[in-house]
Design a protein around this ligand. Structure first.
Ligand code: SER
Length: 325
């Protein structure tokens, strides 16, 4: 609704950075409160100062009282919880990863249950699936036996979201994002991060050592599509949201060899070597392609970017940003 006031927890991350900009364009700068654990204007890794266009609050998502204080201060109606520890980092810090990913979700769902906010967005991931899940065209409802702490937290979170909806009518909406490719803020600690790093290294050094093997196929999406999906599911009439755990969401899939080939269409001398590390096992446990017919049918999801378009757009934008990596 135009009258909404929105709080974004984790606004300095890969998704948050772009979501804040898009939401401010729609709702107005003053109606979108950015928040992260660091003070406003702290340097992001691209060297730019961010979060100076509108309201900003320092929030540690584990601090429920602080979240409550900001909700009351700004009369927040809608909340996006984007702070999380991603797959690779959470494998190294399982207790911290579990605590951050789950406690923050409970804080937010409880705020909605107590009617302090009207609507919640929480992201899930292809990581909610596991090695026993069918790998191609993974259905919405299928075997979910995630083998990472991150994936276990996403699957558990999905079940809690649905439970809060059924039990307390909490209007929570969620998407299972594939790997996300973007050029503004970098991802951190994920397994699909290679698909962003590869562009930076292609432009900076002309070569890239990939931590996944050449043939590791994963579902991916360009950030403008992911942002549009996120805003569209939040703006859809409630009766169209038939899944209250999390929707499968898909655009296209590729392997490191395939994206390297596509980059070589623009940078013919680009070299890639492969040196798989512990993240290979994580990638191998995830689906290779996703069936997202429920999202397409229920609320009209449609992706726009394919691999070719993403590679073109990434290279043009990174070159023009003179991105320092
Ligand atoms: N892209 C995330 C990761 O790699 C998965 O959601 O951890």
């Amino acid at each position: 609704m135009a009258s909404d006031t929105i709080l974004i927890l984790g606004s300095g991350g890969q998704i948050g950075t772009e979501l804040v900009t898009s939401l401010r364009n729609i709702y107005g700068n003053d109606h979108v409160i950015a928040s992260d654990i660091k003070p406003a204007g702290s340097e992001h890794s691209d060297g730019e100062k961010k979060d100076t266009e509108g309201p900003y609050e320092v929030i540690n998502v584990l601090d429920k009282d602080r979240i409550f204080e900001v909700i009351k201060k700004h009369k927040v109606t809608q909340l996006y919880l984007l702070a999380a520890m991603l797959s690779a980092t959470a494998e190294k810090h399982p207790e911290k990863g579990w605590q951050l990913n789950m406690e923050s979700l409970f804080h937010v769902l409880d705020m909605a249950k107590e009617k302090h906010i009207q609507q919640v967005y929480w992201p899930s991931s292809i990581a909610a699936f596991g090695p026993t899940t069918p790998k191609e065209d993974t259905p919405q409802q299928t075997i979910t036996e995630p083998s990472t702490i991150y994936g276990i937290s996403k699957l558990a979170g999905e079940r809690w979201c649905e439970w809060y909806f059924n039990k307390y009518a909490v209007d929570v909406r969620s998407l299972r994002y594939p790997g996300l490719i973007s050029y503004t803020a970098p991802p951190g600690g994920g397994t699909t991060d290679y698909a962003v790093d590869i562009f930076h290294q292609a432009l900076k050094t002309g070569s890239y050592e990939c931590f996944l093997s050449a043939g590791t196929k994963l579902p991916m999406m360009y950030m403008p599509d992911a942002i549009r999906a996120t805003i569209e599911i939040m703006q859809a009439p409630a009766e169209k949201i038939k899944i209250r755990s999390s929707y499968n969401l898909s655009a296209f899939s590729f392997t490191p060899a395939q994206i390297a080939h596509e980059i070589r269409q623009h940078l013919p001398d680009f070299q890639v070597t492969y040196n798989p590390d512990f993240r290979q096992a994580i990638a191998d446990s995830w689906p290779q392609s996703i069936d997202d017919r429920n999202a397409r049918g229920d609320w009209g999801w449609k992706h726009q970017y394919n691999l070719k378009a993403v590679v073109e757009d990434m290279l043009v934008n990174l070159k023009s940003l003179k991105f320092e990596v």
